[in-house]
Design a protein around this ligand. Structure first.
Ligand code: ADP
Ligand code: MG
Length: 364
């Protein structure tokens, strides 16, 4: 099911009636989510991800704009008529019910013509449980299961009605690191197998990048960039997006463009033909540095961390806007950790420059 958001906007009245300002939680969000894809809605806490999801689900009413499922305008439809499956961060299972009862619950509550015979309900419940691989745990209660298993039950419960759209709001936040990794792969697999259009909300860029067909990066209610994860990583439209994606994060420097050359401090580190003379902010991905004794950029060496396949070099540079500069290079390169300075050549496609005032990308 294709989902279309058209100028979707949500304004909350101020909480403090006198002094407070209203909050524009979601600001003019327009996007067509293709059928059968997994979309990662990504951004820092408070940027409007949940509000967007709640509007799509019908739990919150937009202040402006429209929502379509396929060609149906669902903007005014109540949640129960939209055919959405919802999964939240806290699994919100009924503790006194078994897994089976929890999964059956949405079906048992169907009204009128939607009601189905008990045998069909059970069949559906077992199919959903099988999909998330908990079919052996049907008689347990939530308290007797791990967090990861409970979250699978919540996903099965969301899937059992065969929703047109699956909405997941930070579903992995309560899991430990290993389970988080495993469960996100599971969600990807389930999404592929069912082909249900899925919107996955997270503040964790790595999580979103790893499983999404497309990511939407938001900041303060405003969509910053939409695209395939790799495409957004390789081509950030502004400094915010460049900084938000990537582990380790992008290295940011004060820079100057003069006569078609980019300077960091006194060093001309890269040719940037066609860019007007100006002060800029420079972003260099950790993998954008090449060790080179004669390289133009010098940094004071702090430490060398060997991480198996890669080596991470931690250094300092007066123009760096981060406390340290972190580069990642192949472990085949021998790094002399006793040296005072390292020198680098830069890979041009890993270097981005941004307007100092509005932080928009400047292309070269
Ligand atoms: P996210 O899920 O990205 O963390 P939210 O969508 O929950 O962000 O919130 C976006 C903004 O809207 C925040 O500034 C938040 O404080 C505000 N907000 C969310 N819900 C309400 C509400 N019910 N009343 C007032 N402000 C709200
Ligand atoms: Mg949220």
């Amino acid at each position: 099911m294709k989902v279309v958001l058209q100028n979707l906007t949500k304004i909350f009245p101020s909480r403090d009636k006198k002094a407070g300002k209203e909050v524009v939680a979601v600001n003019d969000f327009t996007f067509e989510i293709p059928d059968g894809k997994l979309i990662g809605l990504l951004g820092p806490s408070g940027c409007g991800k949940s509000t967007t999801l709640y509007m799509i689900s019908g739990l919150q009413k937009p202040t402006g704009g429209k929502i379509f499922f396929g060609d149906d305008d669902v903007t005014e439809l109540p949640t129960e008529s939209r055919g959405v499956g919802l999964v939240f961060q806290n699994y919100a299972l009924y503790p006194h019910m078994t897994v089976k009862q929890n999964i059956l619950f949405p079906l048992e509550n169907l009204k009128g013509a939607d009601r189905m015979p008990k045998a069909e309900m059970l069949e559906r419940a077992y199919a959903a449980a099988k999909l998330v691989q908990i079919e052996d745990l049907m008689d347990r209660k939530p308290g007797e299961m791990s967090g990861g298993q409970q979250q699978r039950v919540a996903i099965a419960r969301a899937l059992v009605k065969m929703p047109r759209v699956l909405l997941l709001d930070e579903p992995l936040s309560n899991l430990d690191a290993r389970l988080r990794l495993q469960t996100r792969e599971e969600i990807r697999r389930i999404q592929r197998e069912t082909g249900i259009t899925t919107i996955f909300v997270t503040h964790d860029q790595e999580e979103a990048m790893s499983i999404s067909d497309m990511i939407v990066v938001m900041k303060l209610g405003v969509v910053q960039q939409i695209g395939a994860p790799q495409e957004v990583y390789d081509n950030p439209l502004n400094l915010f997006v460049a900084k938000f994606l990537g582990t380790p994060p992008i290295n940011v420097f004060d820079g100057t463009v003069k006569d078609g050359k980019l300077y960091i401090g006194e060093e001309a580190v890269l040719d940037v033909p066609g860019v007007a003379d100006q002060e800029v902010t420079v972003g260099i991905r950790p993998e954008g540095f090449v060790l080179d004794e004669n390289g133009p950029l010098s940094c004071k060496l702090s430490s060398v961390e060997v991480m198996g396949r890669d080596v991470s070099i931690v250094s300092k540079n007066a123009a760096s806007l981060n406390p340290v500069v972190r580069s990642i290079i192949n472990a085949d390169n021998k790094v002399d950790a006793s040296k005072e300075y390292v020198r680098y050549t830069l890979k041009a496609h890993k270097v981005f420059i941004f307007n100092k005032e509005n932080e928009e990308r400047i292309y070269f």
